[in-house]
Design a binder for this molecule. Structure first.
Ligand code: G1P
Length: 301
């Protein structure tokens, strides 16, 4: 992520992936939910590709020892490559190699206890060091002409400071998100004066929700360090971010594109359909499969 205005470049991204995906049991009994496929690639690869497209050079997984297969996905697989090479399967070989990262680019640390998103990010402190960084929550996936984090990188080059992706949600949904208190709304860019984690609809300062893409300054760690508990008794990233407002530039960015929530079964299904439909190789088949199932169910009803 280059920087046009002397803002320190964002070179590292933190992926909090320690959650055990209990909503997806039994699918996640052995497999991490981030390894489940969305169309032709695992969820984690979608977010990794997004980070890479934004110029991120180092990838930090805050994980759980049960989920080591996640980093394995980004390691070379010589046996498999040999077989594909021997069979002259060039396309598949390229697909396997595309997601192979040199060891020094991928760092894994563990979150010893599920103490909240803020705590997960804090666990990456030593690996991030004293520089701005991105946080990517792989549950949130995007379909966009320009990937969401790359759009945010452009804004970062202009504004510096801290930037969060935001989206309008229905008022009855505010308790699922961090919600923005708006100082000045300029369309794509929103100047933020406050942030509240998971407010009840009647208490929400707006219906503008924070999504799982952040560009943050390292000073966030000073606030996370304190380990103060917030909504749900957890150490919340939102609360630490709120402390930076007024001290550093803090903007919300209404991205262009569509976002899907892979954190729920319904959202995962929606994302699967959307990704298949956005793939020229799959679009027609996906449409006809959906139509067939809907027609069949109608006839049966
Ligand atoms: C997290 C954040 C929340 C944010 C959301 C976006 O919540 O705490 O502020 O709005 O991600 O998906 P979670 O979904 O982990 O409960």
């Amino acid at each position: 992520m280059s920087s046009a205005r002397n803002n320190k470049p964002v070179r590292k991204a933190v992926f909090p992936v320690a959650g055990l995906g209990t909503r997806f049991l039994p699918a996640t009994k052995v497999l991490p939910k981030e390894i489940l496929p969305l169309n032709d690639r695992p969820v984690i690869q979608h977010s990794w590709e997004e980070a890479r497209a934004a110029g991120i050079e180092e990838f930090i997984f805050v994980s759980h020892p049960r989920k080591d297969i996640l980093q394995k996905h980004f390691e070379a697989q010589p046996d498999l490559e040999k077989i594909l090479e021997a069979g002259n399967k060039k396309e598949w070989l390229a697909a396997v190699r595309e997601s192979t990262l040199p060891a020094e680019k991928l760092h894994v640390t563990y979150q010893p206890e599920p103490l909240g998103l803020g705590h997960a990010v804090w666990c990456a402190k030593g690996l991030v060091g004293d520089e701005p960084f991105a946080v990517i929550l792989p549950d949130d996936v995007f379909i966009a002409d320009k990937p969401c984090l790359a759009q945010m990188a452009d804004i970062y080059n202009e504004c510096g400071g801290n930037i969060v992706a935001v989206m309008e949600v229905a008022r009855e949904e505010t308790a699922r998100y961090g919600v923005v208190d708006i100082k000045k709304d300029s369309g794509h860019l929103v100047d933020i004066k406050g942030l509240v984690e998971k407010p009840k609809p009647e208490n929400a300062p707006s219906t503008l929700a924070v999504l799982g893409r952040y560009i943050l300054q390292p000073e966030i760690f000073e606030h996370l360090e304190k380990g103060e508990k917030g909504a749900g008794g957890e150490i919340q990233l939102t609360d630490a971010m709120a402390k930076l407002i007024g001290v550093q530039p803090f903007h919300g960015y209404r991205f262009s594109g569509a976002r899907y929530d892979c954190g729920t079964r319904a959202g995962f299904l929606e994302a699967s359909i959307a990704f298949a439909m956005s793939d020229p190789e799959m679009k027609e088949e996906a449409e006809s499969i959906l139509k067939k199932i809907i027609d069949k169910n109608r006839t049966a009803a």
